[in-house]
Design a protein around this ligand. Structure first.
Ligand code: URA
Length: 248
């Protein structure tokens, strides 16, 4: 694969822009099995590289070649999972521009959030440019368990926990929705596991049992937990083991 095509597929701009980066000497690369980055000899944009296991540097920042990008983000409070946010900044501004600019066959560009979290919700959010992965993870048939940590306004009673597990009816849906698991950590803190993802589901379920969510944090998707050292606003690549953990 030509180096300019590698950069193009990874979101560094048009092929002309990518060729320009290489010709200006701003790109180095390291093929699988090599120890050090090397500059492109003779400033050739059509230099052939093996993309498998390739790392490249653009203006000193190192990137792995990834045919498809899979990331996790620790979503901070006060951000919206939208490209056109209303009152708060978009989560996409937390990502470097190549991840937002990766070319796609569809109209959208770059990585997209796998489902949405509310503006005030924090925690684990996955992003990818793999449309099939988004579809599979969002499908109600897939039943990926998501674990939420909920801080409540009023102490929760065991009877209310029972109702969340048995199923509550939300106003726009005659089918009751139930928590797959519900652990009362203390009277004001609940760990709730859901296998569906209806709009504002946690908040509406808690309201249906007569309480109110004060703070909401997603701690886990499938077998993938938000790492303790990934701080709000930070993102990280997902490896094969992470993806296997998410899929369960
Ligand atoms: N349920 C909610 O109510 N809000 C979220 O952000 C996620 C789940």
């Amino acid at each position: 694969m030509q180096l300019q095509d590698v950069l193009f597929t990874q979101g560094f701009g048009t092929r002309r822009v990518c060729a320009g980066l290489i010709q200006q000497g701003l790109v180095q690369f390291r093929e699988a099995g090599r120890e050090h980055f090397q500059p492109v000899r003779g400033l050739r944009a059509d230099h052939d590289v093996d993309p498998q296991g390739l790392w490249f540097q653009v203006q000193g920042v190192a990137w792995p070649y990834a045919e498809r990008a899979y990331l996790m983000l620790h979503k901070p409070a006060g951000t919206e999972c939208s490209h056109k946010p209303g009152a708060h900044p978009s989560i996409y501004t937390l990502l470097p521009s190549p991840l937002r600019m990766r070319p796609q066959k569809s109209a959208v560009q770059g990585v997209q959030a796998v489902g949405r979290l509310d503006q005030d919700t924090t925690g684990l959010l996955l992003l990818t440019d793999d449309g099939q992965f988004i579809h599979r993870m969002s499908s109600p048939r897939h039943h990926v368990p998501k674990v939420y940590e909920v801080r409540l306004r009023h102490p929760l009673q065991e009877a209310q926990v029972r109702r969340l597990l048995d199923g509550v009816v939300l106003e726009d849906d005659p089918q009751p929705v139930r928590a797959a698991a519900c652990v009362l950590v203390d009277a004001l803190h609940l760990q709730l596991t859901l296998t569906e993802g209806k709009y504002h589901q946690v908040k509406r379920m808690i309201a249906a049992v007569g309480n109110r969510v004060e703070a909401l944090h997603r701690a886990r998707i499938g077998g993938l937990a938000l790492p303790a050292d990934l701080l709000p606003g930070q993102w990280r690549w997902l490896g094969d083991a992470d993806l296997a953990a998410v899929r369960g």
